[in-house]
Design a protein around this ligand. Structure first.
Ligand code: CU
Length: 322
């Protein structure tokens, strides 16, 4: 689970990278302009309420706006000032949009993210086919360099948002939307699906884990390797896993090769399960595999038809997936 400043979910008033910086500056700029406009309007309104020149008005009377007394001029001045404030905001916004459209340098890595109900499939692409692999929900990136993302909607429209790093981008079925992000420093950044996509939309979170380029290369090499061979109860659990879970889940180096659910090859290296919303500790994992519907009702993982004994073996097997 993320900690420290990043624990504030969807914290967008600070940024942590080259792409976020101009957006965060714009956010604050427009916020300040809006507050000033509000204060000026409130001040003028209060002035108009207290300042009653001469007449004995009663409640409900309308004061005439007389051009020869200069009343109309105030309207033109007001419209002029508002137009300038709006124009300034528009120009700034367009400038920021142009600035963040392209990464400042050639992206170091290209990652294909497919949004599904209600989790994220993450494929690391490479020209070298043997270096490609699939994982889920926790996206590792090298810090300090731009990373290209290809976003796809696996079933319905979702939207990818990691506010500390980049603005939103929709993931649409039948279309690949390209975006990029960059983390200034190693750290964990919280993200969330931001397009209502069904019953568990709010529990469709994700983590971006930025690492030093050396650590990232190590992580990638480790992901390519199959997990260690299980022994004892875990070996029995592997058999149950392949027959009961392998149609939906893949573990590299085994017959389990399903793609309807997250790839579990190195599950224990992830700090969360169920798309960033539950910790991956032993008790929660045991609870999840026995009864996912009680933790994420409506999720597309059914309650398995396994005895308590078989579930314990499967749990022991999952714990070896490091
Ligand atoms: Cu979604």
């Amino acid at each position: 689970m993320p900690n420290g400043a990043w624990a504030v979910p969807l914290q967008y008033l600070t940024g942590a990278g080259e792409k976020a910086a101009p957006v965060v500056a714009l956010t604050w700029g427009v916020l300040v302009i809006s507050v000033i406009v509000m204060m000026v309007i409130a001040g003028l309104l209060a002035g108009a309420i207290w300042h009653r020149p001469g007449q004995n008005w009663t409640v409900g009377d309308r004061g005439p706006v007389l051009s020869h007394e200069g009343g109309l001029n105030w309207l033109w001045i007001g419209v002029g000032i508002s137009t300038l404030a709006l124009l300034f905001s528009v120009v700034w916004t367009v400038k920021v949009l142009a600035q963040i459209e392209r990464p400042p340098a050639q992206p170091a890595v290209t990652i294909e993210v497919t949004a599904k109900q209600w989790w994220w499939q993450v494929r690391y692409l490479s020209d070298d086919v043997s270096r490609r692999f699939t994982t889920a929900n926790e996206i590792h990136i090298p810090a300090g360099v731009p990373v290209r993302l290809k976003l796809i909607g696996g079933d319905v429209i979702h939207s990818f948002w990691v506010p500390q790093l980049a603005g939103k981008m929709d993931a649409i079925p039948g279309q690949t939307n390209e975006t990029w992000l960059q983390a200034a420093a190693p750290g964990t950044y919280y993200g969330q699906c931001t397009e209502y996509c069904g019953v568990q939309h709010s529990k469709m979170a994700l983590l971006v884990v930025a690492q030093s380029p050396a650590d990232f290369r190590k992580w990638w090499a480790h992901q390519l390797a199959p997990p260690p061979a299980p022994q004892g109860l875990a070996l029995a659990g592997q058999g149950d896993f392949i027959s009961h879970c392998g149609a939906c889940h893949a573990v590299r180096g085994t017959q389990a090769a399903g793609a309807l659910g997250p790839d579990l090859s190195h599950l224990m290296e992830r700090s969360t399960i169920a798309s960033g919303v539950l910790p991956s500790d032993g008790p929660t994992l045991a609870h999840w595999i026995a009864d996912p519907q009680s933790l994420k009702p409506g999720s597309l993982m059914p309650v398995p038809a396994l005895s308590e004994y078989e579930l314990a073996n499967v749990h022991a097997y999952l714990k070896t997936l490091g």
